[in-house]
Design a protein around this ligand. Structure first.
Ligand code: OGA
Ligand code: MN
Length: 206
């Protein structure tokens, strides 16, 4: 599918994302990706993990980068922009469509993006933080998509957002996307309590 076809068929979702964001400082859109794509991405993540191809995440960037499991304990794998995998390609096309839409309708000035798989094994978490680095202000918007098939509140791992209006707790529904401003909205991943928490997280950059 070409980029412009993609934009036409996804306009409703992009619009929903933007209007929620404008009124609440964040957006939650269910079914952001079709189920077969979510299941494919989920399989990819599990296969990468089986093959030992997921790596401990860090905090900070370049000279500021460090691994610190008391801040975050997830394992990640970056998605290549020239991927040949059909599921990853669908995701990236969808993101590209969203970027084009944001630039056209909101003059967002976005020029690139980066996305990674993330795996929080039992007891892993990510303490309250913002996503924009101190020494690289490129990250403008954050987008997280959940890949777990079933996830109960008792499984932990909930995402807390801290917009100005107060804490919002987001349940992890398969295919759900959460969107917020990288330099503005603090958020936190609570410990995964009973099983591994699978997601994709990424950033739209200027
Ligand atoms: C991140 C992050 C949130 C989530 O990767 O920076 O905050 O719900 N992820 O996985
Ligand atoms: Mn974050």
């Amino acid at each position: 599918m070409t980029n412009s076809n993609f934009i036409d068929s996804c306009t409703g979702q992009y619009e929903q994302m933007i209007s929620q964001f404008l009124s609440h400082e964040y957006a939650v859109v269910d079914g952001f990706l079709p189920e077969n794509i979510v299941l494919g991405l989920r399989q990819n993540l599990l296969a990468f993990n089986q093959a030992g191809l997921m790596y401990p995440a860090g905090v900070g960037k370049d000279f500021d980068f460090k691994r610190n499991a008391t801040i975050r304990g997830d394992k990640i794998r970056w998605i290549e922009s020239d991927t040949k995998d059909v599921f990853e390609d669908y995701l990236l096309q969808k993101i590209l469509g969203f970027i084009t839409y944001l630039n056209r309708s909101c003059f967002a000035g976005l020029r690139s993006f980066e996305f990674h798989y993330a795996l929080y094994t039992q007891n892993s978490f990510y303490k309250r933080h913002k996503d924009q680095f101190k020494n690289d202000k490129g990250r403008q918007f954050s987008l997280v998509i959940y890949l777990n098939r079933e996830w109960d509140v008792e499984d932990g791992g909930i995402l807390s957002l801290y917009p100005d209006s107060g804490e919002v707790r987001i349940k992890l529904l398969m295919g759900r996307a959460v969107f917020f401003k990288s330099d503005q909205t603090e958020h936190e991943v609570h410990p995964a309590l009973r099983k591994s928490r699978l997601s994709i997280a990424g950033w739209l950059k200027n």
